[in-house]
Design a binder for this molecule. Structure first.
Ligand code: FES
Length: 161
């Protein structure tokens, strides 16, 4: 009888100890595995595909919405709108991808096709087709994003700015 109770207490204490150890280890394992899950299982990457190179005319800026996937705990949210960019394709197929927000105070910049310039409606900021500041209060040129082309897809490393 005494032997049976000791055996039961031994098994119970091992079970409780194992449960506590798993509770401590799970977050550590989760932290280690999370980046791998994020990049390989769910396909969430730093570079976001914004379309095919062929869909952009040379020298004519095109505004594109940036959408992405986001993992929040165990949920995956697809097609989240993160922002937008201006894409300019040059003759040699190199790309310039600019923020649509003015570097002055963040207003939305439009393409003025009639004057061939980017125009900020808030305080009169003006930028050329290469994003260089022409006039206005902006302290700098338009923000640009790292871009690459893979299999005719335009990939942009987007972040809020
Ligand atoms: S926010 Fe664009 S010029 Fe001021």
């Amino acid at each position: 009888m005494e032997n049976g109770r000791r055996k039961f207490l031994k098994i119970a204490s091992h079970a409780i100890g194992g449960t506590l150890a798993a509770g401590v280890a799970a977050p550590v394992v989760g932290l280690a595995v999370h980046p791998w899950l994020k990049e390989t299982v769910y396909g969430i990457e730093d570079f976001i595909n914004i379309g095919k190179l062929d869909d952009f005319q040379v020298g004519i800026p095109k505004k594109m919405t940036i959408t992405s996937s986001k993992m929040d705990a165990w949920n995956i949210f697809e097609g989240l709108v993160m922002g937008s960019v201006w894409v300019v394709r040059a003759e040699d197929n190199t790309l310039s991808v600019f923020s649509t927000n003015c570097p002055h105070l963040g207003c939305g910049i439009d393409w003025g096709a009639d004057v061939n310039q980017f125009l900020c409606p808030c305080h009169g900021g003006v930028f050329d087709v290469n994003g260089r500041k022409i006039s206005g209060p902006s302290p700098r040129d338009l923000y640009t994003f790292e871009t690459k082309i893979e299999n005719n897809n335009i990939l942009v490393k987007y972040k809020k700015c």
